[in-house]
Structures are given as C-alpha cells and as structure tokens.
Write a protein that binds this ligand. Structure first.
Ligand code: ASN
Length: 322
C-alpha cells in the first residue's frame, strides 16, 4: 500500500496555517456567540409565526445575481442542477401555498466569487437567514428586521456576557434604538461620492437602511417613480457595511419579462418560473436575507469575515486545504 508523505513546502505551510486558524483561542467564543444569535433568531421567528423551511442546496434554477461569479453546476440523471446562490425563487414559489404566509430558511449559499472579492466581507460559501412575507412591503420588512435585531442583541448581551469579556470587547455597539434611519443610495452618493456605503457606515453608530438599488430583475421597480426600486440593504455601522439585502418583488408576468429583458437574464433557464407568473400563480411578496457570518463579525467586532469561520472561505486564495 502506498503511504503519502507531504513534501511540498508550500502545501505544508498552508496546512500549518489552516490548523492554526482551526485552533485559534478565540474561535470557540465567537462560535458560542454565533450560536446564541441563531438561537435568538429562531426564537424570534417562532414567536412571530414565521415558518422554517429546510434549505435546498441543489436546484434547476437559482438566483442569477447581479455580479459575476464562477459558475458551478452538476449533472444529476442527465439534468443540470446549480448550487444554491440564494433561495429567492424558492421563497416566492413556496408562498404560493395558500396556508403559508411567512417563511424563512437558514440557507447555505455558494457563490464562487472572483478574486477581487477577497476583501473583509465576502466568503465564497456562507449562510444567510432568508425570509419572505406574503403581501409584505418595505415597511413590514423594516419593522420586522428592526425587531429581530433588537431581540437578538438584547438576548446575547445578557446570555454571552462572559464571552464578550473573553473577546475583550464591550457591548455598547449592540444597544439598538430603532427605527433605523433610511437613506437612498442617491442621497448618500451625492454626499460622499462613490465610496458612500463604506463612508456612511464608518460614520454611523446605529444600523441604517440604504434604499433603491438597481440590481436583479426580481426586486420591484417603483411604478409611480420609474427608475427607482423598492429594495433595500441594511448597513451595519462602524464600518461593517452591508449585512442584509432584500426587496418587494416583481410577481406579475409582464413586469418580470420586462425586467428580465432589461437585465439580460436568460429566460430559457427560468421558463417554469415564468410560466407560473404567466398563470398568475406567483404571490405578491417582500423579503430579505441577512448573512449570519456578517452579523457575527459585527457582533464580535472582528477585523474580517473570515475571522469568524473555522475553515477559510475567503475568495481568491491560491489554495484551500480543508
Ligand atoms: N436573499 C436576498 C433577498 O431576499 C437575495 C440574495 O441573497 N441575493 O432579496
């Protein structure tokens, strides 16, 4: 039998670095806080009647996104499946059940980001808490999310006192006073220039809503105000930038087709979804998804998002060991 001896210097170094990351002293503390966050989120969802769906990791359709990533598809029984980039379409379709009103999924997403996203806030595999409400609006999502953050932060401040002490950080950044301010991208861009999101986030002491982004076809355009969109991001303060994105949705056939054509989305891939819209079977919804690791990074005040993961998923590295 052949026994392997690892001799490649570079690979040995990477193995050591990887194990150093796994064995970091602060890691269990961060994971404990993350667990408390998820526990509070589940609790809040349960109390508010939001039904939990389990995630799908593979599907014939997934989020087209509005930025380029490396594609990853696999073939199962001759049919092409994609790894889930987000469950946006599945959220809309699931809500066509007349007895489901509000749903969420703790959803693993794979987005094989290009190396330029090897920054402090991207991972090429992450988990988002993805929720959607039938007949929801921007306002219902804002109020719900503000309540969720307050509930979760109050819970962890109490539950994780020893852990915050171990990390050597206070908890004043978790003192939330809603409702959060709302700003449009145009307003902040005019004030701060192209880097407006980072600058406004650094200046802020409370999370705030950033409204109106031109992005994926499924976020609704404001028909009373063409060229503006009923969508939003939640920006974490103190320079931690975007932590959630969502919107009211397009759900009418003609609107979906118009928006898909504008965004140059491949209609053939989404033909079954389009068929549902044509039959009037897509419900009117609004929702959002927030990154679990991004929330953990803000709560634990870590330098980069990769600091809260056990195994590095930072885009653009030369090689990954585990
Ligand atoms: N989850 C997001 C939403 O609900 C979509 C995304 O992650 N791209 O809008």
């Amino acid at each position: 039998m052949k026994t392997y001896v690892l001799e490649d210097e570079k690979e040995l170094k990477l193995l050591d670095e990887t194990m150093e990351k796994v064995r970091r002293e602060k890691l269990p503390t961060i994971l404990g806080i993350q667990q408390a966050i998820l526990r509070a989120v589940d609790d809040y969802m349960y109390k508010n009647g939001v039904v939990r769906l389990l995630p799908n990791m593979l599907a014939p359709i997934t989020d087209p996104l509005c930025h380029s990533v490396e594609e990853c598809a696999i073939t199962y029984q001759g049919q092409e499946f994609n790894l889930t980039k987000s469950m946006i379409f599945h959220k809309q379709i699931a809500l066509s059940n007349p007895n489901l009103q509000k749903i969420y999924i703790v959803s693993p997403n794979v987005r094989l980001e290009l190396p330029e996203r090897g920054d402090k806030r991207h991972l090429f595999e992450f988990t988002q808490v993805d929720f959607e409400f039938k007949d929801g609006t921007m306002d219902t999502v804002f109020e719900f999310m503000e309540g969720l953050i307050k509930y979760a932060f109050d819970y962890i401040k109490e539950e994780c006192k020893d852990k915050f002490e171990k990390l050597g950080i206070g908890t004043s950044h978790l003192d939330i006073t809603g409702p959060f301010e709302r700003h449009t991208t145009q307003e902040l861009k005019a004030k701060y220039g192209d880097d407006f999101e980072a600058i406004a986030s650094k200046k802020a002491t409370q999370p705030f809503w950033l409204i109106n982004h031109k992005r994926e076809f499924y976020d609704a355009e404001d028909l009373d105000n063409r060229g503006t969109y009923r969508n939003y991001d939640l920006i974490w303060p103190m320079g931690y930038v975007e932590g959630l994105s969502g919107g009211e949705r397009e759900y009418k056939y003609d609107r979906i087709i118009t928006r898909m054509r504008e965004a140059k989305t491949d209609e053939s891939l989404l033909r079954n979804y389009i068929e549902l819209a044509k039959r009037g079977e897509l419900p009117k919804t609004a929702g959002a998804g927030f990154g679990v690791e991004r929330m953990t990074r803000f709560v634990c005040q870590q330098q980069e998002i990769d600091d809260v993961t056990v195994f590095s998923r930072k885009p653009g590295k030369e090689k990954y060991i585990f």
